[in-house]
Ligand binder design. Structure first.
Ligand code: MG
Length: 394
């Protein structure tokens, strides 16, 4: 291994506070180091080959998958997050491979139907320890993927797992050992984790504007009341007065992303310098995250978020869909909890193993939640039909 931890020539560009193989806290199950990749490249590659990653293609956050082929899915969202996060990581001298791994894995634990599905499952699980999508992403990579002979899950590095677990309740943190420790001691995660977290925000705020406009749920006139949008809208129409609507909107959204990412890089660079951090342990011990937006940009981001909450996420067409999602997820959970013989055989076997003849209700509920959370939108709809539609015979 080289001094920089085996990531080859690119490692030379790493800042002292970047994550590197040589300072990694390692994997839960010891493995020989990779020969031609860095540890974080290996994490990224394992994520890309996982079943949960492929299922992201048919999961959505705001729009249901079959509403149209143009809308973001969780898969394209994750790729956009990785793009934004990697650009900023390179500019800041952070570990691009780790940043990418976290970005690609951050939504692996999401239920079908986005937040509506997660809220419904959390309600179903309230007497059995609850359901947090963030914690579920960690569960997917730590336990649920069945791909390796020697261990459950993907056996990712501590740093990738730390990045996946953006937040969790204090009660859950107590059960998570070293990974939960930072929530209890109010310590920070590595800069790559901080960055992937904010890249997520930049990605969804902007693509929800784009998707919302395309779906006709929000209008340009409404958005012109929002600082981030209006500023770029003016610049684009000044530069190009005769642009078609489609190009105009894409140009505005593109510039919105660019202005946020530029602000993020410059603000974070200044904060890192001011804090005088010498290495990753200084980053973790800092009193606040060092990756962030300027105050002015944070205000504008909040304004955009508020707008999206009011006009997009609460739009009756979105609500109609989330109400349906709620019924589907709740219905599936109750049917399987009521009669575990309705589950596929491998889940029944798992319940027998974990819940001892199914007597431990919380363990049984967790297996059912894992099954429902792993479903794609269309699989959940189909399963619901099979269980509840009397005219559906298979
Ligand atoms: Mg996300």
């Amino acid at each position: 291994m080289s001094a920089d931890g085996g990531s080859g020539a690119r490692a030379g560009g790493l800042a002292p506070y970047a994550a590197r193989d040589s300072t990694s806290r390692g994997r839960r199950h010891a493995e020989p180091p990779p020969r031609y990749r860095s540890e974080y490249q290996r994490d990224r590659d394992r994520i890309v080959h996982s079943g949960a990653f492929r299922r992201l293609e048919y999961k959505t956050q705001v729009f249901v998958n079959h509403e149209g082929d143009m809308f973001r899915t969780r898969l394209t969202h994750s790729v956009e997050v990785a793009q934004i996060a990697r650009s900023a990581a390179r500019a800041l001298g952070l570990n691009e491979d780790l940043t990418e791994a976290i970005a690609l894995a951050h939504d692996l634990g999401h239920t079908p139907f986005g937040h509506a599905g997660q809220d419904a499952l959390n309600r179903c699980m309230k007497d059995y320890g609850g359901f947090e999508h963030n914690l579920q992403s960690l569960r997917v990579v730590d336990e649920l993927e069945e791909r390796y002979a020697e261990f459950d899950g993907l056996n990712l590095t501590y740093e990738t797992r730390e990045g996946i677990l953006k937040h969790c309740s204090l009660r859950n943190a107590q059960e998570l050992g070293e990974l939960g420790d930072r929530f209890l001691r109010k310590r920070q995660p590595g800069l790559e984790a901080q960055l992937a977290n904010l890249a997520d925000e930049v990605a969804y705020n902007n693509h929800d504007v784009d998707d919302g406009l395309r779906a006709g749920l929000i209008t340009v006139e409404q958005l012109r009341g929002i600082g981030l949008f209006e500023e770029q809208y003016r610049l684009v129409t000044e530069d190009h007065p005769n642009l078609s609507r489609r190009r105009l909107l894409h140009e505005v959204v593109r510039r919105m992303i660019n202005s946020q990412v530029t602000d993020l890089i410059e603000t974070s660079r200044a904060a890192i310098e001011a804090a005088g951090v010498g290495g990753i342990e200084d980053v973790r011990a800092a009193s606040a995250p060092l990756i962030g937006f300027s105050t002015a940009m944070s205000v504008r981001n909040r304004e955009l978020k508020r707008f999206l909450h009011e006009h997009l996420y609460r739009h009756y067409r979105v609500r109609r869909m989330t109400a349906k999602a709620d019924r589907i997820v709740g219905g599936l959970f109750e049917a399987f909890m009521g009669d575990t013989h309705l589950l596929p055989q491998d889940y029944q076997d798992k319940i027998l193993r974990m819940a001892g003849e199914g007597r431990d209700v919380a363990a049984r509920a967790r297996v059912v939640a894992d099954y429902v959370a792993g479903m794609t939108d269309r699989y959940a709809i189909d399963e619901y039909e099979k269980l509840f539609n009397p005219s559906r015979l298979t």
